[in-house]
Write a protein that binds this ligand. Structure first.
Ligand code: KG4
Ligand code: ZN
Length: 341
């Protein structure tokens, strides 16, 4: 019987558990219950509601995996960054299972998990330069190995996913905003509204989305408020917003491409599902002769398989934690030039 790693993800609004084969890296089971519909009416994730739902959903998922318990060699769990009340639910469950089975536990940085979503069911390719774009983060990271990842650039305010979600909220489009804005954009005229490309004239290699978000707010006000907008107005606002986002991401990434010779490049995180953004990065990679690595669509948003995949690297190196010492990590700000921990 093949040995497995059980992995648990509960950092935000997805309860997910996966089983990964230690020998083949194959994802044997991958279960997920998304809370999107419960949070949608609030236009964003409500932490207390998220943690209550994890407490109900995680045990339901674990129950389905009981037949595999004898094969489990280690238990991996997201410890940071994320909503602490949500992370606690996963960590409590991981500690319970690891204690019951008398197996080691592995705490996983959620961002490292997103990066290893590139390597689900396959061996890792490093070094790789990664743009991580999610609901919580917008970062360029040089990944030299599973435990050596250096932050090259980050956002000084909102993340890209957050900006998509907030613009969707302004337009009463529900949560999460990314997929619906992408759909609306494809029907709109991106040239109709001239929205500012963030930090266009700044030499800083950093991201910023809050100014653009406010420009969308002012535009909606200028057009008489959301109630006055036609469907076509909404499509055009979304398209103009998305174009400004892409121009910003490409402009700043280009500066890093010029400096960093790493052959492989990848975009990871929930926003990496966006085909418009991806198509622009495909062109940029071509221009710089870089090879684009892609995350399979089912693994771009939060999931436990990516947590198990990173944990597999740690497990192979014997880097495991003890049940007593493992804790939900404090969300610390990582400085540019420093390593992710
Ligand atoms: O990585 P993820 O699932 O969770 C975090 O770690 O934050 O990312 C969620 C974010 C949300 O902000 C959502 O709106 C965004 O990813 N997203 C997208 C798309 N699909 C999801 N943003 C733009 N275009 C998409 N197609
Ligand atoms: Zn995430």
């Amino acid at each position: 019987m093949n040995k497995l790693i059980l992995s648990i993800e509960s950092s935000c609004d997805d309860s997910s558990i996966a089983l990964t084969d230690v020998e083949t890296l194959e994802v044997v089971e991958h279960l997920k219950i998304s809370q999107e519909s419960e949070h949608s009416c609030y236009g964003g994730v409500v932490p207390e509601l998220a943690s209550r739902l994890h407490a109900v959903d995680l045990p339901k998922l674990l129950e389905k995996l009981k037949p595999y318990f004898e094969q489990i060699e280690a238990v991996a769990v997201t410890t940071h960054p994320g909503l602490s009340v949500s992370l606690h639910e996963g960590v409590i469950m991981a500690k319970g299972v690891a204690t019951f089975l008398n197996k080691p536990i592995i705490g996983v940085n959620h961002l490292k998990g997103h990066i290893y979503s590139l390597f689900i069911s396959k061996e890792a390719i490093t070094p790789v330069l990664v743009l991580l774009v999610s609901g919580g983060h917008t970062q360029l990271i040089q990944v030299d190995s599973f435990d050596k990842m250096t932050l090259l650039a980050t956002t000084i305010d909102d993340s890209v996913g957050e900006a998509y979600d907030k613009v969707a909220k302004m337009l009463n489009l529900g949560y999460p905003g990314g997929p619906i804005i992408e759909k609306y954009s494809s029907l709109g005229d991106a040239k109709r509204f001239d929205l500012p490309v963030p930090m266009q004239n700044s030499p800083l290699v950093a991201f910023s989305l809050s100014g653009l978000k406010n420009a969308v707010r002012l535009l909606i006000e200028k057009l008489g408020g959301v109630e006055e907008l036609s469907k076509q107005d909404m499509y055009d606002i979304c398209a103009s917003f998305e174009l400004a986002v892409v121009k910003h991401l490409i402009q700043k990434s280009k500066k890093v491409f010029k400096e960093v010779p790493t052959k492989h490049f990848a975009i990871v995180g929930g926003v990496s599902a966006n085909q418009f953004i991806k198509s622009h990065f495909k062109k940029l990679c071509k221009e710089f002769n870089k090879e684009l690595l892609e995350v399979e669509l089912g693994y771009t948003s939060d999931n436990a398989a990516m947590i198990g995949r990173w944990a597999m690297e740690a497990f192979r190196e014997g880097q495991v934690d003890s049940v007593e010492s493992l804790q939900v990590g404090a969300t610390k700000r990582v400085e540019v030039g420093s390593q992710l921990v």
